[in-house]
Write a protein that binds this ligand. Structure first.
Ligand SMILES: [Zn+2]
Length: 603
């Protein structure tokens, strides 16, 4: 992906697309005053704090701090590179980039080797599917699937197929089409024999489930045996295009529904996803035989804040649900857990009880995370025995003490009180003790907060010192006007802004102006490499400032920036003064005192 797009093309793209139009394809925007507002796609929320400026062609979320221009919007939302975002936008604007990318129709550009792997997967996905649904060779597999409750709709929707019972069919099929055997081996489709260097097919006589990436490219397969053949499921190995820790099965199809419902259902395996989909649960996803990773969670969090975990209701499944739930909680998700009776898995449950019951009594009646923990911690305990009962109550009280909402605490305390016929007062007393004991334990240690509070940019600003606000206002004016930028730099007389990020932004900005660029919010955001700085710039751009910066205002802000450095100096000197006094070095103390009073006067 070494290709670059010329600067002027990037500018042309930026000028031809409208950020309001692009973002409107993803979320509903409403005009309010000069800007547009909507629900932020980067964090779950009920009241709109996501704003888009048509004048400046930028967006900013006051809730989570996301911000940038039309390129960064697509990059963050779709998880794609700058180049990919540019190609996508160029297509929309009908701009010919005149560069030789191999583009796979979804605006994704990749190296020839990766493209060849993707092409082979696409071809085989179609061919396997054709074999299953249209040919005599695949008929037994097709019937097998129908007998197991698969419908023709889901076979088509999930592109399920069949691989022939042959050692070299795929090898011949691909090499005849000029795919390189070396690359096909790297793609996991064929395997090289050690003894003579010849190749054979990885998947033989199996039902083929293609695995797609988030853009809908087929990148791997899981092959299910039809009989007693082991392993029951044979998966593609990890390859340059298939990274299990990043892939969520069905994500590309589930995404619109996850967004619409603001809810994802996480299953343990892809077969559950297909079974649930057939029952009308279309927002299901699953990991590919690995536990949940940070990368999976990031992908989920970009689309919704709330997740229902629906794992097998056996021992292993419940343990896995507990682990996944804790990870998702730490990432700020709201969790529910869907449980099925008799240790069933979703597929079995649906076969036994039907789709409607699954929707209403499993997914629809999911437990809250706390209610799940009530069940989780009582497994294997005999609560008739006093000692075990008390230990259980104590464990649950510890969990309750971590809850942040008073109403929730009260609710679960009452539940505990009524179940074990204990007075609410006694439980509240014990909860207090636990709370203080935990506090004592954690003081002095760097303990992680139980529920990470979501970043509230607005509230943070209120607590910031005067120089911080002054620096932001100066940057806002510097962004609008080149002369102001140079003027501020002169007035600082070699001093820097006190906030590192602010200083970095003005360094970029001066560089931007030196490159003879005119003030342009969106162009500047492309110019900045750092995502964090981009967010801050978008935040600053959304501040309301006066059109003109008066000289009075300018000198006031500069003074606040410089004063802060003097105040720091004064504090430093005061420490030195105390030290000199302690050592009875009175002449030194007097000298320092004079310095301090001079510094004070200059404020
Ligand atoms: Zn947000």
């Amino acid at each position: 992906m070494a290709e670059r797009i010329a600067e002027e093309k990037i500018n042309q793209i930026r000028q031809s697309v409208d950020i309001v139009e692009i973002i409107s394809e993803y979320i509903q925007l409403k005009k309010q005053g000069r800007n547009y507002f909507g629900l932020c796609p980067f964090h779950g929320e009920n009241s709109p704090s996501f704003s888009v400026s048509s004048d400046k062609q930028i967006y900013h979320c006051f809730g989570c701090g996301a911000g940038g221009n039309v390129f960064s919007f697509l990059m963050e939302l779709e998880g794609i590179s700058f180049l990919e975002a540019a190609i996508k936008l160029a297509e929309k604007a009908n701009i010919d980039l005149q560069v030789n990318f191999s583009v796979n129709g979804k605006g994704k550009s990749v190296s020839p080797e990766l493209q060849s792997m993707l092409d082979a997967h696409e071809l085989l996905t179609k061919f396997y599917h054709h074999l299953l649904v249209n040919t005599k060779d695949g008929q037994h597999a097709f019937e097998y699937l129908l007998k197991r409750g698969f419908t023709r709709e889901s076979i088509d929707k999930f592109q399920i197929g069949y691989s022939l019972n042959s050692w070299d069919f795929v090898y011949k099929f691909l090499t005849k089409r000029e795919f390189s055997p070396e690359i096909m081996e790297k793609a996991g489709l064929i395997i090289k024999r050690d003894r003579d260097g010849t190749y054979f097919d990885r998947f033989r006589d199996r039902i083929m489930f293609p695995i797609f990436d988030r853009n809908g490219n087929s990148i791997a397969f899981s092959g299910r045996s039809l009989g007693a053949e082991e392993p029951k499921y044979l998966n593609s190995p990890e390859t340059a295009i298939f990274n299990k820790s990043k892939i969520l099965y069905n994500f590309h199809l589930a995404k619109p529904s996850i967004r619409k419902l603001q809810q994802a259902v996480l299953f343990e395996g892809f077969a559950d996803v297909i079974a649930a989909d057939k029952s009308g649960v279309e927002n299901g996803i699953a990991t590919m035989g690995t536990s949940l990773t940070e990368e999976h969670i990031t992908l989920i969090r970009q689309n919704t804040q709330s997740v229902t975990i629906c794992f097998d209701s056996d021992k292993a499944g419940i343990e896995a649900a507990y682990r996944a739930g804790n990870m998702l909680m730490d990432a700020g998700c709201a969790i529910k857990v869907a449980m099925m009776s008799d240790g069933l898995d979703p597929d079995e449950y649906i076969k036994k009880n039907g789709p409607e019951k699954f929707r209403n009594e499993v997914i629809g009646a999911s437990l809250t995370w706390m209610a799940f923990k009530f069940l989780y911690f009582r497994r294997g305990k005999n609560l008739q025995i006093e000692g075990e009962r008390l230990a259980y109550i104590e464990t649950i009280l510890k969990e309750i003490s971590k809850l942040t909402k008073a109403v929730e605490k009260d609710h679960y305390l009452r539940q505990l009180a009524s179940e074990f016929s204990i007075s609410l007062d006694a439980l509240q007393q014990q909860l207090k003790q636990i709370f203080f004991a935990e506090k004592r334990n954690s003081s002095g240690q760097n303990q992680q907060p139980v529920n990470k509070p979501r970043v509230m940019a607005k509230q943070e600003n209120k607590l910031k010192p005067a120089h911080y606000t002054a620096e932001r206002r100066l940057i806002a004016h510097m962004l609008k006007d080149r002369d102001t930028a140079y003027k501020v730099q002169d007035l600082l007389q070699g001093s820097t802004f006190n906030t590192d990020e602010h200083q970095a932004i003005i360094t970029y900005l001066i560089g931007f102006y030196e490159d003879r660029m005119n003030p342009d919010s969106s162009a500047f955001l492309t110019y900045i490499q750092d995502e964090n700085l981009r967010r801050i710039v978008a935040d600053i751009e959304m501040m309301s400032i006066n059109d003109e910066l008066s000289n009075q205002e300018l000198t006031d802000y500069i003074k606040q920036v410089l004063n802060y450095q003097k105040l720091l100096k004064i504090k430093e000197k005061e420490v030195e003064l105390k030290e000199a006094e302690r050592q009875s070095d009175y002449s030194k103390a007097a000298a320092i005192a004079t310095e301090i009073s001079q510094l004070r006067k200059s404020l």
